[in-house]
Design a protein around this ligand. Structure first.
Ligand code: SF4
Length: 336
């Protein structure tokens, strides 16, 4: 859930912040249900902080009455209703872990008459009670970063109580019973959950889901851990193209730009130009395997070592592979 709250960036009452202009939702007033970083995940890309309470327990971490009183105080000035398009419930952690979540949602709907959106990491959808409470929302934006155990664990570092297959089943169940808008967010990090196998596993889940939008994201702000790096722009576009092809009736949005490919030392130009060079290399590898020396001869990257550096992110992501043959290492395109 990439847009959890970074308290340092916003003007706060205790639990109300904004309104902020959201590209997706319009003028959005945020409601933060927690006052410390309580989450059942500890994502390496989290922009809030390390999770201080890694738990699956639902509890009244902040008195529900305090949050409701703050909402009432805020809207005692009726003009404030004209300043917003939507109320967004989120948290400096996972909002559905607050046991007063449903009551607060119902109060917001009654008090404001505005659409209510919820940002959630989706893991509590295993709980029927949470699904029923979320049904009150007009827009639910759950995350699912990976459908593969290995990359899910590396990226989202779940509490031991989280079972990925049950999380996916909960998401599928919710998607079919929920009547509001459901926008699934997937965040990709370079070399962690951007391989062909990862995308295929996510597509298997998408085949079971009813979603209104698919939103692709990457590490766009300073992450909790430095090795959480944005996926290459080239790869993000590829994934978007693939998902659009496989889900023709569902819009696929890009919420962030991937990393440029020009930080790898290749001499094939800057930015867009380098993306094009990379594209040409891949087109060549689709036709035949090549060594780094072969590629260097054609694309003049400087030397074969630079080619290796240039292609390393694509190898890590599983987009291309290396294969040994007669003491030589070849790059091979991986067909999706
Ligand atoms: S789900 Fe991940 S990104 Fe969202 S608050 Fe929890 S640790 Fe941070």
């Amino acid at each position: 859930m990439q847009r959890a709250i970074n308290r340092g960036q916003l003007t706060f009452m205790n639990h109300i912040f904004g309104p902020v202009n959201s590209r997706r939702l319009g003028r959005s007033l945020g409601i933060d249900l927690l006052s410390e970083k309580i989450c059942n995940l500890n994502c390496i890309y989290c922009e809030v902080a390390a999770t201080t309470r890694l738990t699956c327990e639902r509890s009244e971490y902040v008195p529900t009455a305090d949050i409701i009183a703050e909402i009432d105080r805020y809207f005692s000035d009726a003009d404030r209703l004209t300043e917003i398009d939507v109320v967004t419930v989120t948290a400096s952690g996972e909002p559905t872990l607050h046991s007063g979540f449903g009551e607060i949602l119902a109060h917001l709907k009654a008090k404001t008459g505005k659409p209510v959106a919820v940002l959630t990491n989706g893991t509590t959808l295993t709980d029927k009670q949470v699904r029923q409470e979320l049904a009150l929302a007009d827009v639910v934006i759950p995350s699912l970063d990976s459908a593969r155990e290995e990359s899910f664990r590396k990226l989202d570092r779940p509490a031991s109580c989280i079972d990925l297959s049950k999380v996916i089943d909960g998401l599928v169940e919710f998607s079919h019973e929920y009547k509001g808008k459901l926008w699934l967010e997937i965040l990709f990090a370079q070399g962690i959950n951007d391989s062909a196998a990862d995308v295929e596993a996510l597509q298997d889940v998408l085949d079971r889901l009813r979603v209104d939008r698919i939103q692709l994201n990457t590490v766009a702000r300073p992450p909790l851990l430095a090795y959480a790096q944005p996926v290459l722009e080239y790869r993000l576009q590829e994934i978007a193209t693939l998902l659009r092809k496989r889900n023709p009736d569902c819009p696929v949005d890009l919420l962030a730009q991937g990393a440029p490919t020009n930080d790898t030392g290749a001499s094939g130009g800057k930015g867009q130009e380098q993306t094009e060079v990379l594209d040409e290399i891949i087109q060549m590898l689709k036709r035949r395997p090549c060594t780094a020396a072969d590629i260097n001869k054609i694309f003049h990257c400087g030397d074969p070592e630079k080619v290796e550096q240039y292609l390393a992110p694509l190898v890590r992501s599983g987009r291309i592979h290396t294969r040994s043959h007669e003491d030589r290492l070849y790059y091979v395109f991986h067909e999706e």
